[in-house]
Design a protein around this ligand. Structure first.
Ligand code: SAM
Length: 306
């Protein structure tokens, strides 16, 4: 018997029947909509509501608690930038930790770096991993790399048990700060990230939109300036299906060998050892890396004054 997902889903707009509308208190008064061809999965995990649908113009779409996490068409922009901004800024990254990122896309990108020996991932929700493996094989392919070690659990708790100075890079691929990811935006979490990094180690975290969340960004920047004594930077890029069409990243380093994030020294552009299985980079290159740190005047003022 076929489930009537359209009727059951609270995220299917009654204003635009057959369309998904991304309604959230994080962006009041606006809601990006995508036309739904078919709902492929709907479930409720211990942490969140999980949904996958086939859209008419962005391929398959992964939704958590009514919020778009990725689409097949534009996930490259996010996954490539959040990964290569930190990893292309330091020589020979060897140990990398991913927090969140259960879809596997960041793992796919980390594994393009041949210097990397160990890739740990701590994702809280096993359903996200399973659903991604079932519906997004070109994203979940990241799990196939033998260097990947998966830990299913809370990233905050995981970091508490990590010896000081373990990682060259930590990538925090989190959902928004409502729900299970809330603590991933708070000061104690950033403190434990800094502790887990070696001197001159780097972190890149999902840091919301300059158009919608300057107050959140301001807090994150303030916290990071107190904690990361190497450097603290904000970068941004376009992802058409994220609210307001842009997403930012906090890119910081700990005290130690200096990291000049604006001038990447470990280019991946020419490295094609992984392109056979993963395809070539679609979005990232060294020019866009440097350009992503150029800010419009209004966020630049706020970020520099913190
Ligand atoms: N990679 C996606 C993209 O392309 O946009 C971004 C979002 S990713 C699916 C965010 C993940 O963070 C989710 O799978 C969520 O379950 C996970 N997460 C949220 N809170 C977490 C926590 N406290 N510890 C570990 N993972 C967490």
């Amino acid at each position: 018997e076929e489930a009537n997902y359209e009727k059951e889903s609270p995220y299917i707009s009654s204003i635009l029947p057959g369309w998904f509308s991304e309604i959230s208190s994080l962006w009041p008064g606006e809601a990006h909509s995508l036309k739904v061809e078919k709902i492929l999965f709907q479930g409720k995990s211990d942490y969140q509501n999980v949904m996958v649908f086939q859209s008419s113009t962005y391929g398959k779409v992964l939704i958590l608690d009514g919020v778009i996490q990725l689409t097949e068409r534009d996930e490259c922009a996010y996954q490539e930038m959040i990964t290569h901004l930190p990893l292309c800024s330091i020589p020979n990254p060897r140990k990398v930790l991913v927090i969140g990122g259960g879809d596997g896309g960041v793992l796919r990108e980390v594994s393009r770096h041949s210097s990397v020996e160990q890739i740990d991932i701590c994702e809280i929700d096993k359903m996200v991993i399973d659903v991604s493996k079932q519906f997004f094989p070109n994203v979940a392919i990241g799990y196939e790399d033998p260097r990947v070690k998966l830990h299913v659990g809370d990233g905050v708790a995981f970091l508490k048990n990590i010896p000081e100075g373990t990682y060259d890079a930590v990538i925090v691929d989190s959902s928004d700060p409502i729900g299970p990811a809330q603590e991933l935006f708070e000061k104690p979490f950033f403190e434990s990230v800094a502790r887990a990094l070696r001197p001159g180690g780097v972190v890149c975290t999902q840091a919301e939109s300059i158009w919608l969340h300057m107050h959140i960004i301001e807090d994150i920047v303030g916290n990071c300036r107190q904690i990361f004594k190497g450097s603290v930077n904000y970068a941004w890029t376009t992802v058409p299906t994220y609210p307001s069409g842009v997403i930012g990243f906090m890119v910081c380093s700990t005290e130690g060998p200096a990291v000049d994030f604006k001038n990447p020294i470990n280019p991946i552009d020419a490295d094609d050892s992984h392109t056979k299985t993963r395809g070539p980079l679609k979005f990232y290159n060294s020019e866009i890396h440097s350009a992503s740190f150029c800010l419009p005047s209004f966020p630049k003022r706020v970020i520099e004054s913190k």
